[in-house]
Ligand binder design. Structure first.
Ligand code: GUN
Length: 296
């Protein structure tokens, strides 16, 4: 079998176009412009690239983008004061504090200082609890993007066996909650799971979010399964820098029914879902109907 390639780049472009249409309508009908505030502390090169891309995408869909760049030595009190200011600002509907933060800052404390209604990352403890209990919440962007692609490919996910490899708060745990919400039978596996290969081979849906380059080979994949590769790993091969996922693409694609590539799979969906979450937060803040198909 040669797997169908799930084109995340095209899918994300569709989501961004849908967000842009909804933003234009919000402006025309209600005079409201959704606003996203992004806070970057320090000079982490990868974070700087992410923040730059987020800014460009936010402007592109017609939203306001507010960037706050703080020195690496910024105190916790200063950062918390900025968050309080953004919480109180009615033109800001979404707040994202880029992670990782410098070591002297307590990430949990900082994230939990964000107004949960503006927490477009879905990392606030209230949103984690709401998602875990099946209530309306802000949903972390990467798992939301994976869910959208899975729903698009399969229609209903009910009754499918889903295995999520990885137990991070950002991807693995919320992904499992979302799949459970769509009535999958869900297993959370990780690097210390016994006989991981056999566990994964039981999956109709296999989500790899373990952070190990090309760990999931074709031997882990049930014939015809859908494989979602969340990994983004920079490696060097044959003297060249290369971007690879957590899935060994060639061997997995030979067995799977459908697969997301790296790059061009899950990656582009993350920013698209950040924009979707900002739109959702703006609609909720203004008592307006939420956009269809852009939430969990
Ligand atoms: N750093 C890497 N990924 C993310 C993300 O999804 N959100 C935030 N806030 N920081 C990140």
């Amino acid at each position: 079998m040669t797997a169908k390639v799930i084109d995340g780049k095209a899918f994300a472009a569709g989501v961004r176009a849908q967000v842009a249409d909804a933003v234009a309508k919000l402006k025309a009908d209600n005079g409201i412009v959704p606003g996203l505030a992004v806070v970057l502390v320090g000079e982490d090169p990868a974070s700087k690239v992410y923040v730059k891309n987020k800014h460009a995408s936010t402007i592109e869909v017609g939203m306001n983008s507010f960037e706050h760049r703080l020195d690496a030595s910024t105190s916790e009190a200063h950062l918390l004061a900025l968050i309080a200011q953004l919480n109180a600002d009615p033109t800001v509907h979404g707040i994202l504090v880029q992670l990782p933060l410098p070591g002297h800052l307590n990430s949990d404390l900082v994230i939990n200082a964000i107004d949960p209604a503006k927490d477009v990352d879905g990392f606030h403890i209230s949103n984690v609890g709401l998602l875990g209990t099946g209530q309306k919440s802000m949903v972390p962007c990467t798992p939301l993007g994976c869910l959208m692609m899975l729903r698009d490919h399969h229609g209903s996910l009910a009754g499918m066996n889903a295995v999520v490899v990885g137990r991070s708060n950002i991807v693995g745990k919320p992904m499992a909650q979302l799949l459970l919400g769509d009535s999958c039978t869900v297993t959370i596996a990780h690097s210390r799971t016994k006989d991981l290969e056999a566990v994964c081979r039981g999956a109709d849906i296999l989500v790899a979010a373990v952070g190990r380059p090309e760990m999931i080979t074709g031997a882990y994949v049930k014939p015809g399964a859908t494989v979602i590769d969340v990994g983004i790993n920079r490696i060097e091969r044959d003297g060249k820098a290369k971007l690879v996922g957590d899935v060994q693409y060639e061997s997995a694609a030979a067995v799977a029914g459908a697969i997301t590539p790296v790059p061009g799979g899950v990656g582009p969906m993350t920013i698209a879902c950040l924009l979707a979450n900002t739109l959702t937060a703006c609609c909720r803040a203004n008592g307006l109907a939420e956009p269809k198909g852009l939430t969990a």
